[in-house]
Design a protein around this ligand. Structure first.
Ligand code: SF4
Ligand code: SF4
Length: 80
C-alpha cells in the first residue's frame, strides 16, 4: 500500500518553475561559434554575443524557457 507522505512524483518543470530554482543554461566554449541564433530567439533578451564569439547568458534575466537549446544547431547549450 502506498502512503501519501512518502510518494514522490517527478514532473517536468515549466519555465517559471525552473527560473524559481535557478537552473542556469550552460554554454559550451568548445561548441559555440557565436552565430547568435540563440540570442535572436530568446524572449527575455538574456543572451549576448556582441562582445565575443561565444554566447553569454544573463542568468538573472533568463526565464528558463529552453527555446535557446532548440535554436542551437551546434548543441552548444545545455541545462546545468
Ligand atoms: S546558437 Fe549555439 S552556436 Fe550559435 S551563438 Fe548560440 S550557443 Fe553559440
Ligand atoms: S532558456 Fe529561454 S530565457 Fe533563458 S537564455 Fe534560453 S531562450 Fe533565453
Amino acid at each position: 500500500m502506498l502512503r501519501k507522505d512518502t510518494l514522490t512524483l517527478t514532473l517536468p518543470l515549466k519555465g517559471e518553475e525552473r527560473a524559481a530554482i535557478k537552473m542556469p543554461i550552460i554554454v559550451s566554449k568548445a561548441k559555440c561559434i557565436g552565430c547568435g541564433a540563440c540570442a535572436l530567439i530568446c524572449p527575455a533578451e538574456a543572451i549576448d554575443v556582441s562582445d565575443s564569439f561565444i554566447a553569454v547568458i544573463d542568468t538573472d534575466a533568463c526565464t528558463g524557457c529552453l527555446l535557446c537549446l532548440d535554436a542551437c544547431s551546434n548543441d552548444a547549450l545545455e541545462e546545468k
